[in-house]
Design a protein around this ligand. Structure first.
Ligand code: CP3
Length: 347
């Protein structure tokens, strides 16, 4: 595969025919790989993100080992929070911590605009460096968090189970919520555009936690802003993947937010989801990440079920319904790639 447009993954994003189903994994770089854990002995997660040589090394780690069809830049959806002024820390065990969470109108007012080129330029540098390493072999995906998922961390101060603070601001302080969304959308669009300019050949918007909302709240308080972000990067000319989890009951609304590709989790049959999203929109998914801990014959059965439901239709990118889990056996991930590539659809 040489030209950008000829990559199997990019073709599938455009709904074009491919020689085999493309496959990549969210969190394909990370702690389940020994190479990553070794590097992590020496550097913190944020150091790795902010040092383009290290981010490049980690991005490349899984590519040859797994044989996937795309790379995703090693970075994090939370990186823009630092220049916005809330602080950002990663504590072992607890995950991300936001030291100055946004809780009221004054906090929203204090959030700073971000110049992605100047303040998050290390992500762009890593993208250019990775492109130099994989040019002609694999395309590179850039990404950001969707407004809801990003704001949930920003407001709750870290991971959350019930998202009470975020949900309450939405319903009780609509003006403040709107101001927050306006600011966040500007940052996200600028961040994605910077990544595309640096060479990202596709962009994924991660709405990992939006499934905690009722469909009505999604439509009223979130959809317009996720749509604004996705529409805002249309002129970058690269496919955008609109990914969420826990959204089986609102995939119709989710796809109204846009995206050249809609990604979803395992809580719905792939063919059912595709019917809701619309068969002319490419999709990404949807194996349960837990299945990767099962014996190979079970994995094969589940992988084949996903592929059978895709039925050889154009525009399917194989992925998990969410990121690879921490203790996943690497050889099982590799086995999934081979199963997907070798699968023959019935004529
Ligand atoms: O997919 C990839 O390989 C690219 C790298 C990537 C990371 N985070 C690296 C990472 C991507 C695409 C993300 C996205 C991300 N970050 C999301 C959306 C996807 C999802 O998983 O829902 C979210 C919600 C975050 C925020 C975040 N960053 C959390 C909740 C955590 C801690 C979770 C955990 O596994 O402990 C992180 C840290 C993080 N981001 C790690 C990695 C490899 C682990 C850091 C470590 O080594 O300790």
């Amino acid at each position: 595969m040489t030209k950008n447009g000829e990559y199997r993954f990019i073709k599938a994003c455009r709904g074009e025919p491919v020689d085999a189903t493309p496959v990549w994994f969210m969190r394909q770089a990370g702690r389940y790989m020994k190479e990553y854990r070794d590097l992590k002995e020496k550097y913190s997660f944020l150091e790795m993100c902010k040092t383009p040589e290290l981010a490049t090394e980690v991005t490349l780690q899984p590519l040859d080992v797994l044989g996937v069809d795309a790379a995703i830049i090693f970075a994090d959806i939370l990186l823009p929070l630092e220049p916005m002024g809330t602080g950002l820390e990663f504590s072992a065990g607890d995950g991300p911590v936001i030291p100055k969470p946004v809780r009221n109108a004054k906090d929203v007012e204090a959030l700073r605009p971000v110049d992605a080129e100047a303040q998050l330029g290390y992500v762009g540098d890593a993208i250019r460096m990775v492109r130099g390493e994989i040019e002609g072999k694999l395309p590179l995906i850039g990404f950001c968090g969707a407004p809801f998922t990003l704001c949930s961390y920003m407001m709750e101060g870290g991971k959350s189970k019930d998202f009470t603070i975020t949900k309450l601001m939405m319903s009780e302080e609509p003006e403040t919520w709107k101001k927050l969304m306006d600011k966040v959308c500007l940052v996200l669009i600028d961040y994605l555009k910077m990544q595309a300019r640096a060479g990202a050949q596709a962009l994924q918007v991660f709405d990992s936690w939006v499934g905690c909302l009722s469909p009505g709240d999604y439509q009223q308080h979130i959809l317009p802003y996720t749509k604004r972000v996705i529409d805002g990067v249309k002129d970058c000319g690269v496919p955008v993947i609109n990914f969420s989890t826990g959204t089986s009951s609102m995939l119709g609304s989710i796809s109204q937010a846009g995206g050249d590709v809609v990604g979803f989790d395992w809580r719905i049959f792939l063919d059912e989801a595709w019917d809701i999203i619309g068969n002319d929109t490419p999709i990404q998914g949807n194996l349960d990440p837990c299945i990767l801990f099962a014996p190979i014959p079970t994995i094969r059965e589940k992988v084949h079920d996903v592929l059978k439901r895709a039925g050889g239709r154009k525009g399917h990118i194989f992925n998990l319904g969410h990121g690879i889990l921490q203790k996943t056996p690497v050889d099982h991930v590799k086995a999934v790639v081979d199963m997907v590539h070798e699968y023959q659809h019935e004529q």
